[in-house]
Design a protein around this ligand. Structure first.
Ligand SMILES: Nc1ncnc2c1ncn2[C@@H]1O[C@H](COP(=O)(O)OP(=O)(O)O)[C@@H](O)[C@H]1O
Ligand SMILES: [Mg+2]
Length: 311
């Protein structure tokens, strides 16, 4: 059985479709990512899956329970780290967790021991008695994470938990997320950061304009859009004629301009570097750098969304 299963899950606001009939299956023990730009529909999807918003159509089951007809059962199994969270700024981490524990009707003697364990796990134990209002964004987000885990959920929803954090805090948040997952928690994680999705998630659903446009592991998504490698050529003065001639080379499959760089899909092959530098040398066009690299998720996203627009 799947931990999460949706059929035609849809959310409309008036005539506007924020989430367009998505079908989804998330396996137990996965770190499953929703990757997409602002406005793609990630938060609206998370809200429906966590019973905070009512679908306008379709169904969703979480741990076997229906979000529409069994919301209390669903809520007992899930933890939520919302995109915008609220904690009591004048209260310390221990006090915040105490309050949330009482709200969740956790026995008092368990709240304290569980709070200590969780604050150690999110590296806030040293700060357990300080007012949380003065904490950094990363510390507040880790406290929000601890709060979401107090009732020991099997499934954790994290909505852009690293957005706006400094690099150290982002790395810490991802490490804690991996640890939780190793302990058996299924994780649903949204991000607009393609690199982060690739680093963290077992499988990724790419979302755009309310649609899931592709689902798979990062490798599967890449193979789906191209079997080629990428050459990034920094050629600030490349003329239109040069770009057109480049396009016609047999080992070049596509060329996109990105500022001063030409981003090309190229056949695999060790001589690619010298073939490209010879080409520009013959045409007496300046090249600052040629970099051959594997396809990134960003390339995948750009290719898929362009296709989306044409259809
Ligand atoms: N309560 C609402 N009323 C009207 N439109 C909304 C509401 N919530 C979200 N939207 C719209 O739905 C789209 C998806 O939003 P959201 O799910 O927040 O995207 P994401 O989390 O991927 O940035 C956006 O265009 C947003 O403006
Ligand atoms: Mg959002």
């Amino acid at each position: 059985m799947f931990e999460i299963e949706t059929h035609g899950l849809e959310k409309k606001f008036g005539n506007f479709t924020a989430v367009n009939a998505i079908d989804l299956e998330v396996k137990k023990g996965e770190i499953f990512g929703f990757l997409g730009p602002n406005g793609a529909g990630k938060t609206t999807t998370i809200k429906m899956l966590t019973t905070l918003a009512t679908p306008t159509s379709g169904t969703a089951k979480i741990a076997g329970f229906d979000v529409a007809t069994q919301p209390a059962k669903v809520r007992s199994r899930i933890g939520v780290v919302p995109q915008t969270f609220s904690l009591f700024e004048e209260l310390s981490p221990m006090e915040n967790l105490w309050y949330i524990g009482k709200l969740n009707e956790i026995p008092e003697k368990e709240i304290e021991s569980k709070s200590i364990e969780l604050l150690k796990a999110v590296t806030l134990y040293d700060k357990r008695d300080l007012p949380s209002g003065g904490f950094s964004g990363g510390m507040k987000q880790r406290l929000s994470l601890a709060a979401s885990l107090l009732h020991e959920p099997n499934i954790l929803f994290m909505d852009e938990p690293t957005t706006g954090l400094d690099p150290q805090s982002r790395i810490a948040m991802r490490d804690i997320t991996r640890d939780l997952n190793r302990k058996g928690v299924t994780i649903i994680y949204t991000t607009h950061d393609m690199d982060e999705a690739e680093k963290l998630c077992d499988r990724i659903a790419i979302m755009d304009h309310g649609n899931i446009i592709a689902i798979g592991t990062a490798d599967e998504l890449k193979r789906k859009v191209s079997k080629h490698e990428i050459a990034e050529i920094d050629a600030p003065d490349a003329s239109k004629e040069t770009v057109d001639a480049l396009r016609k080379l047999p080992f070049i499959h596509s060329v996109e301009k990105d500022g001063s760089r030409l981003v090309c899909e190229v056949s695999d092959g060790s001589e690619m570097f010298s073939k490209l530098s010879d080409f520009f040398k013959k045409r007496q066009q300046q090249v600052n750098e040629i970099r051959i690299r594997k396809l990134s998720l960003e390339d995948v996203f750009i290719k898929l969304t362009k296709k989306d627009l044409r259809e």
